[in-house]
Design a protein around this ligand. Structure first.
Ligand code: ADP
Ligand code: MG
Ligand code: MG
Length: 255
């Protein structure tokens, strides 16, 4: 079993008005085999947490720690994080002219594992994963992200997730902009990657919709850069009915 541990994390960014603290002491422990949902209103710091785990240079860690099996993640480069077993969907968001998906996937897999995958099984694995995600076979010969629709980008993310077999996946708003059919296909991919309990998932979302297909054991509600409440799946059900008003009203009266 592996453990990703976030302890009392404080993160800020530089703005034109000076430094602004966004994460105000976040603690969270995820083990492989577990699915955690982070939910919360817009602007509560969910993506900031994802970007900080990913090592985005814009986000300044003022205090606290992130460790993977005791290793300091914050000391690792973005590549080292991937090799350590962290999957961060936003790591490859850009178009890469002249690089086909097929080449990209194999190169990335080689970099993550430290050795090239055996060609025969690899080709078979890629084909199988693409079929399950209903990705057009032509896709392999297209350039990375070039002209991909929103839905294609999400499927590409999940294709990587299935092929790279990470220890921990951080999925930020994987559900946004997907129609119901695509949402189901993408969710099934995440569930397949999770099978066997070898991966832990941090599913970040504003809406409860995706939680009909991916069932979290733990739900953490983010409000104003902090975890405001934690619970099991019943908390997500409650949010579906009540929304975030209860938390926002509490924040407003405290301010
Ligand atoms: P969420 O993902 O929950 O919607 P974010 O992490 O994107 O929240 O944002 C949290 C807060 O930090 C917001 O007030 C947002 O305006 C601010 N913020 C985040 N990233 C940046 C940035 N790069 N530049 C300016 N403000 C930012
Ligand atoms: Mg603190
Ligand atoms: Mg966000």
């Amino acid at each position: 079993m592996s453990t990703l541990e976030i302890k009392d994390l404080h993160v800020s960014i530089e703005t034109e008005q000076g430094k602004k603290e966004i994460l105000k002491g976040v603690s969270l422990t995820i083990n492989t085999g577990e699915t955690h949902a982070i939910m919360g209103p817009n602007g509560s710091g969910k993506s900031t947490l994802a970007s900080t785990i990913a090592g985005h240079p814009r986000y300044i860690v003022d205090s606290g720690s992130i460790t993977l099996d005791g290793e300091d993640v914050l000391e690792m480069s973005v590549d080292e994080r991937a090799r350590a077993g962290l999957f961060l969907a936003m790591q490859y968001p850009v178009e890469i002219p002249g690089v086909t998906m097929s080449n990209f996937l194999r190169t990335a897999k080689t970099a993550i594992d430290g050795e090239a995958p055996a060609l025969r099984t690899w080709t078979k694995d890629v084909k199988a994963a693409m079929t399950q995600l209903r990705i057009d076979p032509d896709f392999a010969q297209r350039n990375v992200n070039e002209g991909f629709s929103g839905g294609e980008k999400k499927r590409h993310e999940i294709l990587q997730l299935e092929l790279f077999a990470p220890k921990f996946a951080v999925l930020d708003e994987t559900d946004s902009g997907l129609d119901v059919d695509a949402l189901k296909i993408v969710s099934e991919g995440v569930n397949r990657a999770q099978e066997g309990g070898k991966m832990g998932t941090l599913l970040i979302t504003h809406y409860t919709r995706i939680l009909r297909y991916i069932k979290p054991e733990f739900v953490h509600v983010f409000v104003d850069g902090k975890v405001a409440e934690e619970g099991g799946p019943e908390l997500a059900d409650r949010l579906e009915e009540e929304g975030y008003d209860r938390f926002l009203a509490a924040g407003a009266s405290a301010a």
